[in-house]
Ligand binder design. Structure first.
Ligand SMILES: Nc1ncnc2c1ncn2[C@@H]1O[C@H](COP(=O)(O)OP(=O)(O)OP(=O)(O)O)[C@@H](O)[C@H]1O
Length: 223
């Protein structure tokens, strides 16, 4: 699903990421970890073609990303749901409309029953008519997960989704991601939280990638 072949990335100075060769299989669950500033968000942005490699070859869904035009990138992105570190919503729209936004932007009408089921799955059906500022941090993150999956993407990418959440809420969010993986979705989650990774490993066969010294490598069994 994602193949990095000797990929490097630089924002303009020296290389931030270098010599990355990795294959992430369809249906896999990966954590991405590493020190602050190591390049986790940058790596994820490469995985959803927000950034293009400075060197090497990156293939997403069998397409070499540097060979794609804007429409090609847009088409690819429809297969990818992203949960950002600080999830943004349109504050004047109710949560249900925010969750459905990717559909409405694509000119499609959300199915009321499907939307209701999706909100129930993330535990937000009672909040469907609430405005985003009325939600807690955990509720916002769960709404962001619902919004990320409403287009039924094959790949879910979450950047520190539990960064500001207490432990119970972190586990609840993790459970949603694990359930998505069990449905066959490929999942990549950047996190600092080793306890979260340990908790996940009891539920799912997850690989851990670590960014260190500009390289992204599989972490050992010490995690
Ligand atoms: N648009 C940009 N232009 C220039 N430098 C950038 C840009 N975005 C990020 N950087 C730099 O790249 C480095 C890696 O940033 P990145 O956000 O990928 O790290 P991270 O591992 O996700 O960090 P954190 O865990 O703190 O979120 C940082 O030094 C950052 O300042």
């Amino acid at each position: 699903m994602i193949a990095f072949e000797n990929v490097g990335y630089s924002y303009g100075g020296g290389e931030l990421l270098s010599g990355i060769s990795l294959h992430l299989a369809p249906g896999s669950f990966h954590f991405l970890t590493g020190p602050s500033g190591a390049g986790k968000t940058t790596f994820l942005k490469l995985c959803y073609a927000e950034l293009l490699p400075s060197s090497g070859r990156l293939t997403l869904f069998d397409h070499e990303v540097r060979g794609l035009d804007r429409d090609g990138v847009a088409e690819l992105r429809r297969e990818i749901g992203v949960v950002h570190q600080d999830c943004q919503f349109l504050d004047h729209l109710p949560i249900a409309a925010n969750v459905a936004l990717p559909l409405t932007v694509a000119g499609r009408e959300p199915d009321v029953a499907d939307l209701s089921d999706l909100l129930a799955w993330v535990g937000l059906r009672p909040m469907a008519d609430a405005l985003p500022p009325q939600l807690s941090g955990g509720e916002r993150q769960r709404a962001a997960v619902a919004r990320a999956v409403i287009m039924s993407p094959q790949l879910i990418i979450a950047d520190e989704p539990t960064g500001n959440l207490d432990w119970d809420m972190s586990l609840r969010l993790l459970t949603l991601l694990v359930e998505l993986n069990r449905m066959g979705k490929t999942v990549i989650v950047a996190t600092h939280d080793m306890n979260l990774i340990r908790a996940a490993k009891a539920q799912v066969s997850a690989r851990v990638l670590r960014i260190q010294n500009r390289r992204v490598q599989l972490a050992g069994a010490d995690l």
